[in-house]
Design a protein around this ligand. Sequence first.
Ligand code: G
Ligand code: G
Ligand code: MN
Ligand code: NA
Length: 247
Amino acid sequence: ARLVEDLDAALDQQQFWLVYQPIVDLASEQRLGVEALIRWMHPARGLLNPADFIGPAEVSGQILPIGEWALRSACDATARLAPDTYTSVNISGRQLGLRGLAAMVADALDASGLPAERLVLEVTETAIVADLDNAVARLGELKELGVRIALDDFGTGYSPLTHVRSLPVDILKIDRTFVRNVEHSEEDRAIVRGVIEIANRLDLRTVAEGIETPDQLEALRELGCESGQGYLWTWPVALDEALHAAR
Ligand code: G
Ligand code: G
Ligand code: MN
Ligand code: NA
């Protein structure tokens, strides 16, 4: 069967689950939050990563119920198991197009008991720029709930960086393509320095993605990046493991 047909059964049959990766303060290496990442145990194909199915699910619209499930599950798990930790959930461009998005998020917070301050929603520049006026309206409604917004994969989109000035965002996530060679590449350091300068000017927080080595950690600290995530602490794992990997 085609993947999108299998996606229909996947929610009913509980084939999705979430893994979590800690987000740490780079100075102290204390955990600030976790990012929730979806996985699919396909009955025939085995473990599938988001790269295998999020794209098709966006095209078919199935990302809407799947994304809602991911958000509600992450809120429930964090409220129960992870006090003092925020949870960061990826929101797809299709979800951003929903007029009822803020109402759904409000209900997920209500149902789970998770305080709004402990929820971060990650959106990509690409999803925002696809329909800028709508995105600004939806993000504004989400911010009124008290949740924070992170710009994911920052620096990889084609939009001018100046867009960020007019967007209701709180956090810039520095894409791991800029982190991979940060300790060796003056060019990559210049880009990271630029992102951090923008963040400081606009009073935004910074999160570096894909930190794998102590040298990368040190380079990012020197550049003034506040927080980060990566295999240096752990790859995405069950929530209780993620909480132990970074305290
Ligand atoms: O989990 P990986 O570890 O493979 O994640 C790859 C990408 O898949 C992430 O950068 C993120 O953008 C996307 N992704 C992961 N989980 C979700 C989810 O619950 N919803 C959406 N829309 N995207 C997700
Ligand atoms: O939402 P987003 O695209 O940012 O999701 C983060 C992606 O990066 C996930 O696919 C996650 O598994 C992956 N990832 C997390 N930490 C590391 C890391 O240290 N190195 C690499 N190569 N990938 C990572
Ligand atoms: Mn993300
Ligand atoms: Na990213």
